[in-house]
Design a protein. Structure first.
Length: 379
């Protein structure tokens, strides 16, 4: 664990700085000063807040739904750390309650062992709409019951995010989950605008992978998409990989959502950080071709996107300011899920930091709580 780091360029989450030294104690940033002339170890690059990915199905050849174990979590975390991710919510898609409980137990182990990078869990389903199931297995989609409620309200899972559809979850259940501290997002739903509005009013604060697997804008029915875009208080996640959402629709989201309410996710599957070209998901073969993951029945099945690429895509393809792209990968997801000690590099915040090449924005090094977890630099 480092006690300080000096860098030529530095972004604290709000402002760019030059030639600064960050002092660190027990993994927490305590002070930021100008570089001392005596300091002969200055990193040449751009130091930014660590990326936070709230939807990670897999990576490094590991897939959490297929292998809901601590070993799988370790492999996923190590793989995504090479792409600047310092915090993640491993994601379980629709499945049997026994598999979901096994995954939750693995998350609990990771939290207890303080496995670097694991901060909670995302249950994407199984309380979804059959009409908008995407690559989820329809056999597992069901209404939320008492066993599910007990699972989501466990207190040993870190931050818990549940993506749900009004078709399978009541407003009373939303209120119960919210009271237990669970973060909720609408997704994989064919609901009407007014229904979505009711759920947002009841305590749902997010919309999962905007534009994908949700009722679309129509002339006489704005759908879930319209409700997510029109509600300024609702956070929305976006997959910017050039495959899931048309570039112009990404621009529309950036134009309509208030600053701070749109953030990046990868929805990454096991091929990220590996040479894998095929894998099984909920009983179906998924194949990687031309940058797309497609199930054998034709649906998009997650992505091969990493957070470093997502940031580059927002800045370089969508021409958004670099500061905005970086905040969409760190500050804003931290605010959505309530990670109040993450997402910025200021005194009092955890030293989760990524060193980027200033030109290419590729990851050169990565620290979690001051621990160097990845480096491509020569010592």
């Amino acid at each position: 664990m480092i006690n300080s780091i000096s860098v030529s360029h530095f972004f604290d989450g709000d402002v760019f700085h030059y030639n600064k030294t960050l002092s660190i104690e027990q993994g927490i940033i305590t002070q930021i000063d100008d570089i001392s002339p005596a300091n002969d170890k200055v990193y040449q690059g751009l130091l930014v807040p660590g990326y936070i990915d709230l939807q990670v199905n897999g990576g490094g050849g590991a897939l959490f739904t297929q292998d809901p174990t601590l070993a799988c979590l370790k492999q996923m975390s190590l793989s995504h750390q090479t792409f600047g991710t310092t915090s993640m919510l491993p994601t379980l898609i629709s499945d049997r309650i026994a598999i979901m409980e096994q995954g939750a137990n693995a998350i609990s182990q990771a939290i207890k062992q303080k496995l670097l990078g694991i901060v909670g869990v995302h249950f994407e389903g199984p309380h979804l709409s059959i009409d908008k199931k995407g690559a989820h297995n329809a056999d597992f989609i069901r209404p939320l019951n008492e066993k599910d409620m007990a699972l989501y309200t466990r207190q040993d899972l870190g931050k818990v995010l549940v993506t749900l559809a009004p078709e399978s979850v009541s407003l009373a259940q939303v209120s119960e989950l919210k009271a237990a501290g669970v973060t909720l997002a609408l997704g994989h739903s064919n609901c009407h605008f007014n229904t979505a509005q009711q759920y947002f009013n009841a305590g749902v604060t997010g919309a999962t992978h905007l534009f994908n697997a949700m009722s679309a804008l129509k002339a006489r029915e704005p759908g879930l998409l319209g409700a997510a875009l029109m509600n300024d208080d609702v956070f929305a996640s976006l997959i910017v990989d050039g495959q899931h959402v048309h570039e112009q629709l990404c621009h529309l989201a950036l134009k309509l959502k208030p600053e701070g309410k749109l953030f990046l996710i990868t929805d990454a599957m096991s091929p990220v950080g590996s040479t894998e070209k095929q894998f099984n998901l909920s009983g179906k073969k998924v194949t990687l071709s031309n940058g797309q993951l497609r199930s054998e029945t034709g649906e998009l099945a997650g992505s091969v996107l990493d957070m470093a690429s997502a940031v580059r895509n927002v800045h370089q393809r969508l021409k958004s300011p670099l500061a905005k792209a970086l905040r969409m990968a760190s500050t804003y997801p931290a605010q959505f899920i309530g990670l109040n000690h993450l997402g910025q590099l200021k005194p009092g915040y955890q030293a989760n930091m990524v060193l980027l090449d200033k030109q290419s924005l590729t990851v050169m090094a990565n620290w979690i709580a001051g621990n160097n977890v990845y480096s491509s630099l020569r010592s």
